[in-house]
Design a protein around this ligand. Structure first.
Ligand code: CP3
Length: 343
C-alpha cells in the first residue's frame, strides 16, 4: 500500500495495513536545515517565496521520513489578501485590530487565487514533486473563530479577553466577522484542493477557550458550513481543535472525515465515540518527543491500540512540534509508526 493510498483510506475509514503518520508543524525551527533557510528572511517573506517554501515543505520528508507533506505557510496567509496589516513576532500581530462593524465590512474577500497566488503555485509544485513518489499533499486553513481571535485581539493572548468582550457586548459584529471569514476559508480550501491538496486540515486552535454551549454557537456553525461547502469527494476534511476534550461530540457533529485530537483527550474514549462516524488523528503530547526512543515507541503502540474502535487512525501529535524538540524524538515517532506494520 503506498503512502497516498494509506492516508486517504485512513481518512475515509477504509481498511489499511497500518496507520499512516505525519506531524503538525513538521517543517519548523526544530530542524537545523529549516533554521538555515530561514536566516536573513522574515517568516512572511519565506511563505511568499515559492522556491524556499517548497524546499522547506519537503525537508521533513527527506530528513525525518514523514509520510505526508503539509505545505509550508501559515493560517494567516489568506488574511494577507484582505487588506489587514499583518506581521509575525513570532506569532501573528495585527496592525489595526478589528473592533467595529465598519472594519468588518472593509475586509476584502477576493478570490484567493488572485490575492495570494503564491500559495497555489507552491501546492502545484509540491504535487508535481510528490505524485511520482506517491506521497500525499495536505492543505490547511485556520478556522474562522481562531482567525477572528487574532484579528480582534491583535495578537496571541492567554484569555483572549478582548475577543470575549466582543462576543458578549457586540455579538453581531463577531457574527459578521465569522461569516466573512467562513466564505474566505471555503474559497481558500477549495482553491487548494484544485491546486493539488489531497486532504485538508482545518485548525481551530482557540475554540477550546469556549464552553461547550458557546462552542455550539460560535465555532460549530462555521465548521459545519465549511464541511458542507468543500469539495470533499476530492479531498477529505480533518478538523483539529486544541484543548477540545469537552467538545469531542461537537467536533463529530460538524461532520468532518477525521477529528484531530489534542493530547488531553482520552484517545480510547474519543475513538469509541467516533466509531463509524469519523476517523481520529493524534494525539501524543509534543513534549513527549523528549523521551527515549523506546518510550516514544511504546506510546505509539498504545495510541494505535486505543484508536482501534474508530473506523480509521492517523498517527500524529496533539499539537505542533515545539522548537526545542530533538530531531531524534521525531524520527523515533515516525519509525515506531512504520514498525506497526511489521508486527
Ligand atoms: O505544520 C506545518 O509544518 C505547516 C506549516 C504551519 C505553520 N503554522 C508554520 C509556522 C501550520 C499548519 C501553521 C498553523 C498555525 N499557525 C496555527 C494553527 C496550529 C497551531 O499551532 O495551533 C496557528 C495558531 C498559527 C499562528 C502562528 N504562526 C503562531 C502562533 C506562530 C508562532 C508560534 C511559534 O511556534 O513560535 C506562528 C509562526 C509559525 N508558523 C512558525 C512556523 C514554522 C514559526 C516561524 C518562524 O519564526 O520560523
Amino acid at each position: 500500500m503506498d503512502r497516498t493510498e494509506r492516508l486517504l483510506r485512513a481518512c475515509r475509514g477504509e481498511p489499511v495495513d497500518r496507520p499512516p503518520v505525519w506531524l503538525m508543524r513538521q517543517a519548523g525551527r526544530y530542524l537545523p536545515e529549516y533554521r538555515r533557510l530561514r536566516e536573513g528572511i522574515s517568516f512572511l517573506d519565506m511563505c511568499r517565496d515559492v522556491d524556499r517554501a517548497v524546499e522547506v515543505s519537503l525537508q521533513p520528508l527527506q530528513l525525518v521520513g514523514t509520510e505526508a507533506v503539509i505545505f509550508f505557510s501559515d493560517i494567516f496567509t489568506p488574511i494577507l489578501g484582505t487588506g489587514v496589516g499583518l506581521d509575525f513576532s513570532p506569532g501573528p500581530v495585527v496592525a489595526e485590530p478589528i473592533r467595529s462593524a465598519e472594519q468588518v465590512a472593509e475586509l476584502r474577500i477576493d478570490d484567493p487565487r488572485e490575492s495570494v497566488p503564491f500559495v497555489f503555485e507552491i501546492l502545484r509544485r509540491l504535487r508535481g514533486e510528490l505524485e511520482p513518489q506517491r506521497v500525499p499533499l495536505l492543505g490547511f486553513a485556520g478556522a474562522p473563530f481562531t482567525l477572528a481571535a487574532y484579528l480582534v485581539e491583535g495578537k496571541g493572548s492567554r484569555h483572549f479577553s478582548t475577543l470575549k468582550r466582543m462576543l458578549h457586548r457586540e455579538p453581531e459584529v463577531l457574527r459578521a466577522l465569522l461569516a466573512r471569514l467562513t466564505d474566505l476559508t471555503v474559497d481558500y480550501l477549495n482553491a487548494q484542493i484544485e491546486a493539488g491538496a489531497q486532504a485538508v486540515q482545518l485548525f481551530d486552535t482557540w475554540a477550546g477557550l469556549l464552553s461547550r454551549e458557546e462552542y455550539r454557537e460560535w465555532a460549530l456553525p462555521a465548521h459545519r458550513e465549511i464541511a458542507a461547502r468543500l469539495d470533499r469527494a476530492a479531498a477529505p476534511l480533518i478538523l483539529y481543535v486544541n484543548d477540545g476534550a469537552h467538545v469531542v461530540e461537537e467536533m463529530l457533529e460538524a461532520g468532518p472525515d477525521v477529528i484531530s485530537l489534542d493530547w488531553r483527550v482520552d484517545l480510547a474514549d474519543a475513538a469509541r465515540r467516533a466509531g463509524s462516524r469519523a476517523s481520529v488523528q493524534g494525539n501524543l503530547d509534543p513534549c513527549a518527543l523528549q523521551a527515549r526512543p523506546e518510550v516514544i515507541a511504546a506510546a505509539v503502540q498504545r495510541m494505535a491500540q486505543e484508536a482501534e474502535p474508530a473506523r480509521g487512525h492517523i498517527l500524529n501529535l496533539g499539537h505542533g512540534i515545539l522548537p526545542d524538540t530533538p530531531v531524534e524524538g521525531v524520527r523515533a515517532f515516525i519509525d515506531a509508526a512504520r514498525q506497526l506494520g511489521s508486527q
